[in-house]
Design a protein around this ligand. Structure first.
Ligand code: 5AD
Ligand code: SF4
Length: 503
């Protein structure tokens, strides 16, 4: 591994001497085969993150931009990346033209997410031509895929830096390499890293905050790339999570969302204590923070203790995202979801009995390899039976290296598109019905800000995660209000203010 020493190298001349043909790889590209292995070695938690002395002020007078694609986990990683860059002295750029460093924090979940990034990376060639000193980096899930790294090495040589999801804490070192070497810097660990605590985070806003509780996924659903790009399940220690939430409460945050690819598996990797997700929520609910959400749940690990704790309510809000993926037991088996339609419906029944006002949301994939019309109709009937408040729906996208990518698929794309439309039509009808049932009701909102389309209107969310627009004074932003629902649409609600909560 090549890193510069502590003496201050000559940045200007190093950058000037960079030319396209000088680029080469520093490190081994990632390997999906390696990423699949699940080691028994213990996870070490590191508490001593710091910026190397020679990189501390390196960004002074310079600006950065992080472009984020994909899920909340990526959004939160970008907050860490921004925090690290700001600790090195960089300031945020308004747009890419004034940026000295641009990082693409990418998503690999479906092919169209990747196509978008490659399109944007292509546009960056001109940017780089106009400003040869610009540092262009790619990180996030795409950088964990060997095919992506090879493609960038071959066809996107204007990229200066590629780093993986386990290498974020190495950013200052990698940036040093990228600034002072003539070569493309690639550092992607295929084997998952340890847990790094105490990295700086630049949180967006001061009302809602993400909090990681675990990293990685061991489920290996056959369609999914995440276990390869995010590594094995590693839970943060309860004390570290609790301390972070306490600190956010102290800073005045009103809502936190606990993050993990499979939050229900929280704690299963602890060897010294028996402490699961239910235990964590039971401890967190005692902290004086008004709202706690979490995402994403896997139905397989959603146990009775967790339902019991959620039923206590209080700051544990009644919104549960419970991806089902398919309503057909046969398809679920091919997906390796490890539950049946009946098991899922039983779980939903238990949740509804314990938490009567719970809003359930889900993720569904249509057109999984070989999905028959009957199997798809089982998905429709499950959606009807559960009555989700909303659903994220996707056409199956083959991901290289996953088991489903080599399954025989006789379903024409046109049929998949029609199924998606039929599913969306059904869900939209149900979402509208659910929203119409709220008309005339008074709901509690956390006011998040001005409406995106009309600055005279404020927007807030109910405990169940529904977006409500209402006319109100900007001083209410960050406060709780009671609003009566006056108009219901498929995706949004409109209301009028009744009282400020606590007044
Ligand atoms: N194709 C389509 N959708 C996918 N998802 C995950 N992998 C794929 C894929 N290969 C969906 C699942 C998951 C959500 C985050 O993305 O529904 O829950
Ligand atoms: Fe992917 Fe399944 Fe893990 Fe979710 S639980 S991240 S769908 S492998």
């Amino acid at each position: 591994m090549t890193t510069s020493g502590s003496s201050t190298p000559d940045l200007k001349s190093a950058q000037k001497s960079k030319s396209k043909k000088d680029y080469s790889i520093y490190f081994q590209p990632p390997s999906l085969k390696e990423a699949k292995k699940r080691g028994k070695e213990e996870v070490t938690v590191h508490y001593n993150f710091s910026i190397p002395e020679d990189m501390e002020g390196i960004g002074r007078g310079k600006r950065y931009l992080v472009r984020t694609y994909g899920c909340q986990m990526n959004e939160h990683d970008s907050e860490t990346i921004s925090g690290i860059l700001e600790q090195m002295g960089y300031a945020p750029a308004k747009d890419e033209t004034e940026a000295d460093i641009i990082l693409f924090n990418t998503c690999a979940i479906r092919e169209n997410a990747e196509d978008k990034v490659f399109g944007e990376l292509g546009h960056m060639k001109r940017m780089k031509y106009n400003n040869p000193n610009l540092i262009l980096g790619v990180c996030g899930c795409m950088s964990q895929e060997e095919s992506v790294v090879n493609k960038i090495l071959k066809s996107y040589q204007h990229v200066d830096l590629i780093f993986g999801t386990h290498n974020i804490h190495r950013l200052p070192h990698l940036l040093r390499d990228a600034l002072f070497s003539k070569e493309m810097v690639v550092e992607v660990w295929s084997k998952e890293g340890d847990i790094i605590e105490n990295m700086p985070k630049l949180r967006e806003g001061s009302i809602k905050a993400w909090v990681n509780i675990m990293y990685g996924c061991d489920k290996f659903c056959t369609y999914c790339i995440v276990p390869y790009t995010r590594g094995k399940e590693r839970s943060r220690r309860p004390d570290d999570v609790i301390a972070e939430v306490r600190e956010l409460a102290r800073q005045g945050f009103k809502e936190i969302t606990l993050l993990g690819q499979n939050v229900n598996a929280y704690g299963k990797d602890f060897e010294d204590i028996t402490y699961g997700f239910g235990d964590l929520l039971d401890d967190l609910r005692k902290i004086d923070i008004p709202r706690i959400r979490f995402t994403t749940s896997h139905p397989r690990d959603f146990d009775d203790h967790l339902i019991e704790v959620l039923a206590k309510g209080g700051n544990l809000v009644e919104q549960i995202h419970l991806p089902v993926q398919s309503g057909s037991t046969e398809v679920l088996k091919k997906m390796a979801r490890k539950y049946s339609r009946e098991h899922y419906l039983e779980l939903v029944r238990k949740i509804k009995a314990a938490i009567p006002h719970a809003a359930l949301t889900t993720d569904i994939i249509v057109g999984f390899p070989g999905e028959t019309e009957e199997q798809f109709e089982e998905t429709l009937s499950l959606v009807e039976e559960v009555g989700y408040d909303s659903a994220y729906t996707f056409i199956y996208s083959p991901r290289e290296g996953t088991p489903a990518a080599v399954m025989e698929d006789n379903v024409p794309h046109e049929v998949k598109k029609q199924r998606l439309q039929r599913l969306m039509d059904l869900q939209n009808r149900i979402s509208l019905e659910k929203n119409l049932a709220l008309q005339g009701e008074v709901v509690e909102l956390l006011v998040e800000g001005e409406s995106k389309t009309n600055p005279d209107v404020l927007s807030g969310r109910t405990r169940t995660g529904k977006l409500v627009h209402f006319a109100g004074d900007k001083s209410l932003i960050g406060q709780f209000v009671h609003v009566r629902i006056t108009e219901a649409k498929t995706w949004t609600l409109h209301g009028e203010i009744v009282t400020k909560v606590g007044v």
